[in-house]
Design a protein around this ligand. Structure first.
Ligand SMILES: Nc1nc2c(ncn2[C@@H]2O[C@H](COP(=O)(O)OP(=O)(O)OP(=O)(O)O)[C@@H](O)[C@H]2O)c(=O)[nH]1
Ligand SMILES: [Mg+2]
Length: 471
């Protein structure tokens, strides 16, 4: 399918010097545009024969010039043409591999736009791929996820989704529903003909099977969401116990200031850490104590707010000194919250520390570490995964199984599930069979939203505006 409007955009970042920059073009005028702005080393047109003469998927070496007969050279480049329908968007496409850097790339893009393209909107290439049925909507969303992924678990799910794992499972359910509807409608439309009556028990069985598959997919959202958004972990403790040191160690960079002065951290610092492929939003906080200083007081209030909002709180104690009132107060404050007790500085344990006097809950144990000597940090990571309920993700996750990470998909699965329940109820209440097709169609429509068959333009627009330009 050739689109009237040909669009172009940089596909690589323009705001930094780089060896190569890519300008992408898609639409019916792609061949015309690259013909208008390229010459060979002898200054003759590179594509004198027009579209028909350009070898698709072949790298041509040439020079970019301004269009309209101006002979001024812009850059030296490699140019590749993709002939419809064998391209990312399904339309005629071209990619110009020019030199990077903002000025040079903007000049090449300017030549492309002058030759008849308009600037692409965010995600417009992928949107066209979707409209031209090269990929479905959830595969398009996976493109966005791949670009934005920061952890291996999320990346794996996005890659399997782009390969079609989710589409496959959704379409399998949809196909079963379409077959059921066809069966019912054949009976309704041609009752006098010699068609076997609908086996309502078999239909019920099929619907329950579809419901189960939908439910299983929806259930995967529990950990899919964790993989995507990350759980919140707050590091809390009295001043100087080594919270910021632990934060930096887990982050593998010196993000927070560490000094031997109690009260160093004044505000909450949050960063994403990747532990065994799972993302966590990790927060370092101000040490809690009775502070006089106004700034420190506000910081401590924020610590408490953060502790209350966390999925897991690491309560850090200092083994190099006796447990004090501040430690005891924090232990009491976090007693009913999800927490792990972390005893730091075991490289310098004081006889006065008093492990035995710690007011721990029944069966609660503390993990002993030394940030300074990197001791027991792997065990702490395992404990974090275990306590946050994410250990199962790292061991259970099967790359080929579809996992729901997208709230839009989860919402559609939920409405599909309700429609399956309605359908079974319609059967069980002995209602007329044509009512059943209404419920099944509703389920089909919800599932169709996931792959993009039944979404409104509004939703499409919302999905693609989150994309980057050139994708
Ligand atoms: N011996 C020893 N010292 C440590 C260890 N971890 C941290 N420290 C030291 O303890 C001091 C305090 O460390 P920080 O990480 O700044 O402590 P904090 O809990 O963030 O302190 P505040 O921000 O003031 O609340 C620094 O001098 C660290 O070098 C450890 O495992 N062993
Ligand atoms: Mg600190």
């Amino acid at each position: 399918m050739l689109s009237d409007e040909t669009i172009a955009a940089p596909a690589t970042l323009m705001n930094a010097p780089a060896a190569i920059g890519i300008i992408r073009i898609t639409g019916g005028k792609s061949a015309e545009i690259i013909s208008a702005i390229t010459v060979n080393k002898d200054a003759a047109p590179l594509f004198a024969g027009g579209r028909a003469s350009i070898k698709p998927r072949y790298m041509y070496h040439g020079f970019i010039t301004s269009p309209g007969g101006e002979a001024r050279l812009v850059d030296e480049a490699m140019i590749c043409f993709y002939k419809s329908p064998a391209s990312y968007t399904g339309e005629d496409m071209a990619e110009i591999f020019c030199h990077g850097g903002s000025y040079n790339m903007s000049k090449v893009l300017e030549a492309v736009l002058k030759a008849g393209a308009r600037s692409a909107e965010p995600g417009e290439f992928t949107k066209r791929a979707c409209i031209n049925a090269k990929i479905d909507l959830c595969q398009a969303e996976a493109v966005c996820d791949i670009i934005n992924s920061r952890t291996s678990a999320f990346h794996q799910i996005a890659v399997s989704q782009i390969k079609g794992s989710l589409s496959y499972e959704i379409n399998a359910v949809k196909n079963q529903l379409v077959a059921v509807i066809a069966d019912i409608e054949a009976n309704l439309d041609f009752p006098e003909e010699d068609i076997a009556p609908v086996d309502i028990d078999a239909v019920r069985e099929t619907l329950l099977g579809c419901r189960h598959k939908t439910f299983t997919l929806l259930a995967s959202y529990d950990y899919g969401r964790i993989i995507k958004e990350g759980l919140k972990i707050t590091i809390a403790g009295s001043p100087n116990v080594g919270k910021s040191s632990l934060f930096n160690l887990l982050l593998r960079e010196n993000r927070a200031i560490v000094t031997e002065i109690p009260g160093t951290t004044r505000d909450v610092i949050e960063e994403t850490v990747n532990i065994e492929g799972v993302a966590f939003a990790l927060a370092d906080t101000a040490g809690v104590r009775d502070a006089e200083d106004v700034v420190e007081k506000i910081g401590i209030e924020r610590t408490y707010e953060n502790i209350r909002g966390a999925d897991l709180c690491l309560v850090v104690l200092d083994a190099s000194r006796a447990v004090n009132d501040e430690d005891i107060r924090l232990l009491a404050e976090t007693e009913n919250l999800p927490r792990a007790i972390v005893i730091n500085k075991i490289d310098n344990t004081s006889a006065a520390f008093g492990y035995k006097c710690l007011p721990l809950k029944d069966n609660e144990t503390a993990i002993e570490i030394s940030v300074k000597e990197n001791a027991n940090i792997d065990a702490l990571k395992t404990l974090i995964l275990k306590k946050s309920g994410t250990l199962a993700i790292t061991s259970q996750h099967n790359a080929d199984r579809a996992v729901i990470t997208n709230a839009r998909h989860a919402a559609a699965l939920e409405t599909a599930l309700a429609s399956f329940d309605d359908a079974v109820e319609t059967i069980d209440s002995g209602s007329p069979i044509d009512l059943l097709t209404i419920d099944i169609r509703a389920a089909l429509s919800s599932l169709g939203e996931i792959v993009g068959e039944t979404v409104t333009d509004d939703i499409l627009h919302k999905i693609f505006e989150k994309f980057c330009i050139g994708k």
